[in-house]
Design a protein around this ligand. Structure first.
Ligand code: NIG
Ligand code: FE
Length: 417
């Protein structure tokens, strides 16, 4: 007797395969099971088979998927989830022609969110982030990475990481990253070294309190150089953290090559990645986390070369980069559409990117991104008949039901009152 049986699945994507990220051509392959069924026991997938075989199974609860698509819950590998305030005031500046880095140099941008985050209480931060998580869930996300990085002082960085910890009551499972090295705060202007030392001094405390698994840095012109990033991340690695880098977002500094050198789990952004970086990614363990929502939102035309990275043999994942400045959306389905339309990724590559590869990019490859017997029953029943339809019909949400550990945690309402 199973706890739950999902019957009459029109198309089931289990995303099953080897227990490692999908690279290059592998990203174009997925197994599609038509007319399938899936059973859950104690929060885990207990059985997967044909709709026909399911007739003889017994379950305490049965749900009819009405011939629709079922996939693993989406995995979101890069968000700046916790912050105070909003930045709609920057829209007019951007329209006047001020660039992202110019706004930051004038004490706006990230630094304006820093002021708001320092002023917010832990409870306020948790409440605000909780609302964003609800939105992520409504778009089908069941596991999500969340970064700090709007404190830029010891107290507030810890407050952000505490907020991420406190959010573990939300159905979405969180993976925490310390991004203290996100920008140089005004009080350290001209003293980048001193600031990085200050953040480095936090690493032991973060480790001992288990407040983050990964350490990230914004390696960018006018922010942190490749050499500063190398020294900082090497220290974090020595202390046992996994490594991530905001790399080659605006200028081709070589952050990708640095990520590969340090065996970072992911190199994120890569809009300005070099040819050499693309080649080296293919031979490396580092996953390219691409954030086309940022390119779109910053009003640029040149997207990260996801097509070349995959064609050369690399592993790609996709993310919203949700944050209050460069990508203000929790809609990972929109990002899937941008990958389809602006990066020329195929639907198969996109599904591998937002499930299996996203899970590996945040150290959850064993438990998230694939549906197989014994794995957590995190899945989405879509209001779509096939997997191509989801990125094709863009800008709206196609989720109908979202399950986490076998429990239905989101159901779309009809909207009518
Ligand atoms: O990933 N590039 C740096 N950090 C974020 C943006 C943060 C912000 O503007 O608040 C990003 O795009
Ligand atoms: Fe980011």
């Amino acid at each position: 007797m199973y706890d739950l049986l999902i019957e009459n699945i029109g198309q089931l994507l289990t995303m099953e395969g080897p227990n490692r990220p999908r690279k290059g051509r592998e990203m174009g392959q997925i197994t599609v099971k038509d007319n399938a069924a899936l059973a859950v026991e104690q929060g885990k997938v207990a059985w997967i088979g044909s709709a026909e075989e399911a007739h003889s199974l017994k379950a305490s609860r049965t749900m009819n998927a009405k011939s629709q698509l079922v996939t693993p819950g989406l995995v979101e590998p890069h968000t700046h989830l916790v912050f105070g305030g909003t930045r709609e005031n920057e829209v007019a500046l951007k329209q006047k022609g001020f660039s992202y880095l110019e706004i930051l140099e004038r004490g706006g941008g990230i630094l304006s969110t820093v002021r708001a985050t320092r002023a917010a209480s832990l409870e306020e931060l948790v409440k605000k982030a909780n609302r964003s998580l609800d939105r992520f869930l409504s778009f089908g996300v069941t596991t999500l990475e969340a970064k700090s990085g709007y404190g830029l002082d010891k107290k507030t960085e810890l407050k952000q990481l505490e907020a991420i910890k406190a959010l573990n009551s939300h159905p979405i499972e969180l993976v925490s990253t310390f991004l203290g090295a996100h920008a140089v705060p005004l009080e350290f202007k001209g003293n980048t070294k001193g600031f990085l030392k200050e953040m480095e001094d936090l690493l032991d405390e973060i480790k001992s309190q288990n407040l983050a698994e990964f350490v990230d840095i914004f390696c960018e012109s006018g922010v942190f150089s490749v050499e500063e990033s190398r020294a900082y991340l090497a220290r974090a690695k020595e202390k046992g953290f996994g490594i991530k880098i905001h790399a080659d977002e605006l200028y081709p500094l070589g952050g990708t090559e640095l990520a590969i050198d340090l065996e970072a789990v992911s190199a994120d952004h890569l809009v300005a990645i070099s040819e050499k970086g693309i080649q080296q990614l293919a031979e490396s363990k580092t996953i390219a986390t691409l954030l086309p929502g940022t390119t779109f939102y910053l009003g640029k035309d040149h997207y990260a070369p996801g097509r070349s990275i995959i064609d050369c043999g690399g592993a790609v994942t996709l993310s919203t980069d949700f944050n209050p400045g460069s990508s203000v959306t929790e809609n990972l389905q929109l990002i899937m559409s941008l990958a389809l339309l602006k990066m020329n990724l195929t639907p198969e590559e996109i599904w591998n990117a937002v499930t299996v590869n996203a899970a590996f990019a945040i150290g959850r490859g064993d438990v998230a991104g694939q549906l197989a017997v014994g794995r957590p029953a995190d899945f989405v029943i879509w209001d779509a008949e096939n997997y191509v339809y989801v990125p094709y019909h863009y800008g709206v949400s196609h989720t109908q039901f979202v399950f986490k550990n076998g429990n239905c945690v989101y159901e779309r309402s009809s909207g009518y009152v």
